[in-house]
Unconditional design. Sequence first.
Length: 355
Amino acid sequence: MDSDRPIPTPPTAVVLPRANPPVHTSLFLGPDGLRPFWALLLYLAILLCPVLLLGLASHLASPDAPQPHPTGLSQLSPLVTGTTEWLQFGFVLFATWIMSRVEDRSVFTYGLREPRGSLRTASMGLLWGFLCMSLLIGVLWMTHHLVFTGVLLRPRAAFGYGAAWGLNFLGVGFFEEFLFRGYLQFVLARCFAGLIRFLKPGAPYATAAGFWLAAILISFGFGLVHGSNPGESPVGLLCAGLAGLLFAFSLWRTGALWWAIGFHASWDWAQSFLFGVADSGTAAAGHLLDSHPAGPLLLSGGATGPEGSLFVLPVLLLVALIIAFTLRGSAGYAAQSCIAASPAIASPELHAPPA
């Protein structure tokens, strides 16, 4: 009977593993997402317009505009400069956040990582910045290239101005370090590393070389930016460039900018407020000690301040040794995957065959 005949079963479908979907590449997109050159242009387009406009506005006439100093130096107000620095940092952070969304990363990837140890690392930077500037001032004073003539502020005023300038220079540290060694360092390092891999595929040193080529370019660009400051000198420009390299060295060692931010802030605070010396031809309104340079410009720094003195060079060498022997982060810049592919593209889950 037909009812006793077995019902044929359809053949079992053979499911072949699906190959990894090809990553679409084009002029604008590569295997790691947006190509670094276009990412750099996009970042600069987002960032530069408001920063330049704000910098221009800060120099316009206002009740708190820089006033002439008795020594002929420009005198800066903590209110104007502090507000400007923190607003500029906000613009840089906003531009970096947009790029982090484009690249599917955390905004803290670009130099503000290490959340657990950030306070300790920044505090060590603050301490070393203060000590190294104090050492430089001490050398200038003992060699009679810096003369102190008295104390200008009473305790209450000293506390108020000291706090105001402390907040101001903390803004300087955040703004300048995050601007020059945040996303800009990251994307230029990717550009150079990609170029090296293009010229020599599989080069094991591409990441390190890309980082340091970017650091050299940015650091001496950072130094040249200081050339617009009144009273700047060739030694001062060299000092700014070398300091930028040292801050990049701290970034390479720890994968974060916290040490550099702290060092930068306390170095500037000590020279401008506490010791009352010039900083690239400018003086801080309401500084504590009254001082003036004496002797040859190459040794005293002249209107540039201590950063224009040849004595700054051995101090910077000391800073390099401090970074080398005290900053031993468990994961440096390369280990933080700052030049690796974007997580959204590199994640193995996106290319795995369905279960």
